[in-house]
Ligand binder design. Structure first.
Ligand code: ADP
Length: 652
C-alpha cells in the first residue's frame, strides 16, 4: 500500500467546447487502493475521456488484451501470481504498438533500466503518481511518431518493391552525380549492377549519348533543373548497342533544392526494330508499286503499238468498198476483238492509276444534255440491233444547262453503265437520264435485264468481281468496269449504287455535286470538222513501218504532204534540210535517237508544232510530255478523227 502526497481529486480544467479524446487504458494492479489512486489521476486528465479496464491477475489481463487492443497499458511491477515483466513479454509477443508504462513502488536504477530494456516505454513510481499524466502524454506522443514512422517505412517498402519489379529501368542519382540505386530490370538488361556504377564518373556512362546541353546543364548549379525526355542509343556491359527511351526528372526537397535525379529508361530496341521493319516493308511496297507501274506502262506500250496497226487497218478494210461479205465479216470480228482487247488494257491501266493515286481530276463546264445526246448516238444502233427500246430522260431541257465536273470521268462512268445495261438486257428497255435531289444531280441507267441478286449487289463494285462466275462464260468482261466507275464517282465527290431485282432489271444511280458556272459557250456535238485550206507538210518520225502506213492512209484524203523519218536522228536531219515543215508527228520510243531527244534537238533551230505519238497512256506521262516541250500528244492506237482534228488544230 502506498500513500499519495498530492491531492487525488486534482481535476484539470476542461473547457465546455473541448472534445475529449477517447482513451482505452488497460490497468494491471492487484491492490484496489493503488488502482483507485491511479484511476483518479487518469480521470483528472482533461483532454482524455478514459475508459479504464482494471485487471488484477494474468488470466484477466490476457482476456482483456484479447478482447480489445488498448491505447495504453499501465502495470504494477510486482503482483501476487504474475509479474509486470511477464505482462510486458505477453504484449511484446503480440507485436502490438501499445505504450507500456510501469506504475510501481520504489525501484532501484538497475530494475528501472531492466524494464526499459525489456520494452517498457516509461515507469512511474507510486509515490510520485502526479507524474503519471506526463508519462502518459509522452508515451502517446511517442506512439504517434512510431506509428507514422512505421507507416512511412511501409510506404517506402511498397515503392521500393514496385521499383524493383518495374518493367522499366529506374536509376537514382544524387545531386553530386553519385548513382545511389538501380533496379533489377536495369541490371538484367544492361548487365550493370549498382556496384559497377560506384566510380566517380559512372553517371556520365549511365547517361551516355545525352545531348551535350543537358549534360552541362546537369552540372551547373545556377540552372533551374528541368525534365528531359528523349531516345538515345546506349551500350550494354557486353558491348551490344540498344535503344532506350529516357526521361530524367529532378527530385526537390522542402526547400525546393534538388537532392536527386530520377532516371527512368525503357529498352525500346524491339519497338524500333518493328518500326524499321514497317518502314522497310512500306519502301519495298512502294518500290514494287513503281515496278508494277513501269511494267504496266511497258505492257501498255507493247500491246498498244501492234494494236494500232490492227485496229487502223481493219477499220480501213471495213470501210473499203468491194470487199467480199465474208471478208468484211472477218474484218469486223478483228476490229471488235481488238477494241475489246484495247478496252481491257485501258481498264487495267486505269485501275493501276487509281491505286497509285495518279488519276487526276480536270474540272470544266460540262453540258450534260449534249453528253446524253452523244451517248444516245453511240448506243442507238446497238439498241435497235437487239430490239431494245432506248430512252433518254433530261431533268433540265435547257440546251445550255451545264455542271462543273470532270467530263472524261463522267462520260466513262455513264458509258460503263450503259455498256452493262445493254450487255445484260435481252428484251425490254434501257433508260438513261438524270434528275435533281437538293444540291445534287442524280444520273440513272435503268434496264429491264437479268437483274442482280442482293448478295451479288454487295460484291459487283469490287475489283474483278462478277455477279456469277457463269456470267463470265455467258457475257465475258473483266469485272473492272463498276470498280473503276465507283472510284471515279468517289473522286468526283459522289456515290454510285444499284437497286435491282433478279429477273426484273437493275437501276444504277450516280449522285454528283451539282455545281454550275456561267460564261462558256455550249458545245454542239454535231458541229462539222473544218476542212484544210492550204497544202501542208508533215514530218512523221516513226520506226514501225506499219504505223507510218496507217498515218499515210488516215491522212491520204487531205492536202497533206507526208515525209517519213525512221528514227529520231533522221527526223532531226530532215527538219534541218527541208523547208517548210508545218507539223511534226513524233513517236517516243525509237532506235538511234528517241522522240524526246529529237524534239529537244529540233526545238533549238525550228519553231514548229511537234505532237508526241505515245502508246504510254498514263496521265502523268502525257502531262510530262507537254511540260518538256511537246505541243500536244496523241495516244496510240491512233483514231482517225483525233489525228485529223489535231493536224487541223496546229496547221489552220
Ligand atoms: P464486267 O461487266 O466486265 O464483268 P463490271 O464491273 O462492269 O464488269 O460489272 C461487274 C458485274 O456486275 C458484272 O459481271 C455483272 O455480273 C454485274 N452487272 C453489272 N451491271 C449489270 C446490269 N445492268 N445487270 C445485271 N448485272 C450487272
Amino acid at each position: 500500500m502506498i500513500s499519495c502526497p498530492y491531492p487525488v481529486n486534482l481535476m484539470e480544467f476542461v473547457p465546455e467546447s473541448m472534445t475529449r479524446i477517447p482513451l482505452t487504458i488497460l490497468l494491471l494492479e492487484d491492490e484496489a487502493i493503488d488502482a483507485g489512486l491511479i484511476r483518479e489521476q487518469l480521470l483528472a486528465m482533461a483532454e482524455y475521456d478514459c475508459e479504464i479496464i482494471w485487471t488484477k491477475d494474468k488470466p484477466a489481463f490476457l482476456a482483456a488484451l484479447e478482447s480489445k487492443i488498448p491505447d495504453l497499458i499501465l502495470s504494477d511491477y510486482n503482483l501476487a501470481n504474475f509479474s509486470g515483466l511477464d505482462a510486458l513479454n505477453c504484449v511484446s509477443e503480440k507485436k502490438m504498438l501499445v505504450p507500456f508504462i510501469f506504475v510501481t513502488g520504489a525501484i532501484d536504477e538497475e530494475t528501472a533500466a531492466e524494464t526499459i530494456k525489456a520494452g517498457a516505454w516509461d515507469y512511474v513510481v507510486k509515490d510520485r503518481l502526479l507524474r503519471l499524466p506526463l508519462a502518459i502524454r509522452g508515451a502517446l506522443q511517442l506512439r504517434e511518431e512510431k506509428s507514422n514512422a512505421l507507416k512511412a517505412a511501409l510506404e517506402s517498402r511498397k515503392l521500393l518493391k514496385a521499383m524493383e519489379h518495374s518493367p522499366v529501368h529506374i536509376i537514382m542519382m544524387n545531386v553530386n552525380h553519385e548513382i545511389e540505386y538501380v533496379n533489377k530490370r536495369y541490371t538484367e538488361t544492361t548487365g550493370y549492377a549498382l556496384e559497377d556504377l560506384k566510380e566517380k564518373d559512372s553517371w556520365r556512362f549511365v547517361l551516355h549519348n545525352l545531348p551535350e546541353k543537358y549534360f552541362s546543364d546537369l552540372q551547373r548549379k545556377n540552372i533551374h533543373p528541368y525534365n528531359w525526355h528523349g531516345e538515345i542509343k546506349s551500350k550494354k556491359k557486353d558491348g551490344t548497342d540498344y535503344w532506350e527511351s529516357v526521361s530524367i526528372s529532378p527530385l526537390m526537397n522542402e526547400e525546393n533544392q534538388v537532392t536527386h535525379y530520377i532516371i527512368v529508361k525503357e529498352d525500346i530496341t524491339p519497338r524500333k526494330r518493328i518500326i524499321q521493319e514497317l518502314i522497310n516493308a512500306r519502301n519495298k511496297a512502294e518500290r514494287s508499286d513503281k515496278l508494277k507501274d513501269a511494267f504496266l506502262q511497258n505492257l501498255s506500250h507493247e500491246i498498244r503499238t501492234p494494236l494500232n496497226a490492227i485496229v487502223g487497218f481493219s477499220s480501213l478494210l471495213e470501210e473499203s468498198s468491194g470487199l467480199p461479205d465474208e471478208l468484211k465479216e472477218y474484218t469486223s470480228i478483228i476490229l471488235s476483238s481488238s477494241n475489246q482487247l484495247l478496252s481491257i488494257v485501258n481498264d487495267i491501266l486505269t485501275i493501276s492509276r487509281i491505286q497509285t493515286g495518279q488519276e487526276i481530276i480536270t474540272t470544266s463546264e460540262v453540258y450534260v444534255n449534249s453528253i446524253l445526246d452523244d451517248m444516245y448516238l453511240i448506243f442507238k444502233s446497238q439498241a435497235s440491233q437487239n430490239k431494245i427500246e432506248y430512252a433518254v430522260v433530261k431533268g433540265n431541257l435547257d440546251r445550255d444547262f451545264h455542271i462543273l465536273i470532270d467530263e472524261t470521268k463522267l462520260v466513262q462512268i455513264l458509258t460503263n453503265l450503259l455498256n452493262n445495261a445493254f450487255k445484260y438486257t435481252h428484251e425490254g428497255s434501257v433508260t438513261c437520264g438524270y434528275t435533281f435531289k437538293k444540291d445534287r444531280i442524280e444520273f440513272f441507267v435503268k434496264d429491264t435485264g437479268i437483274g442482280i441478286s442482293p448478295e451479288n449487289q454487295k460484291i459487283i463494285f469490287d475489283r474483278f468481281r462478277q455477279a456469277d462466275t457463269s456470267f463470265n462464260r455467258n457475257y465475258g468482261g473483266t469485272g473492272l468496269g463498276l470498280s473503276i466507275s465507283k472510284s471515279f464517282a468517289e473522286m468526283l465527290g459522289g456515290q454510285l449504287w444499284v437497286e435491282s431485282k433478279q429477273g426484273e432489271g437493275s437501276t444504277f444511280f450516280l449522285s454528283l455535286p451539282c455545281r454550275t458556272e456561267k460564261g462558256m459557250e455550249a458545245h454542239l456535238p454535231w458541229e462539222e470538222t473544218p476542212s484544210p485550206k492550204k497544202e501542208i507538210t508533215i514530218l512523221d518520225a516513226e520506226d514501225e513501218k506499219h504505223n507510218f502506213r496507217l498515218i499515210q492512209a488516215y491522212l491520204n484524203d487531205a492536202c497533206i504532204k507526208l515525209i517519213h523519218a525512221a528514227n529520231g536522228l533522221e527526223a532531226v536531219n530532215i527538219s534541218q534540210t527541208t523547208s517548210p515543215i508545218d507539223l511534226i508527228l513524233m513517236d517516243i520510243k525509237m532506235p538511234e535517237m528517241d522522240g524526246i531527244s529529237a524534239m529537244l534537238e529540233i526545238r533549238k533551230s525550228l519553231n514548229v508544232p511537234i505532237i508526241a505519238q505515245t502508246a504510254y497512256a498514263l496521265e502523268h506521262e502525257k502531262q510530262q510530255l507537254l511540260k518538256i516541250g511537246f505541243s500536244d500528244y496523241i495516244s496510240k492506237p491512233l483514231k482517225r478523227e483525233e489525228l485529223v482534228e489535231k493536224v487541223y488544230k496546229f496547221t489552220d
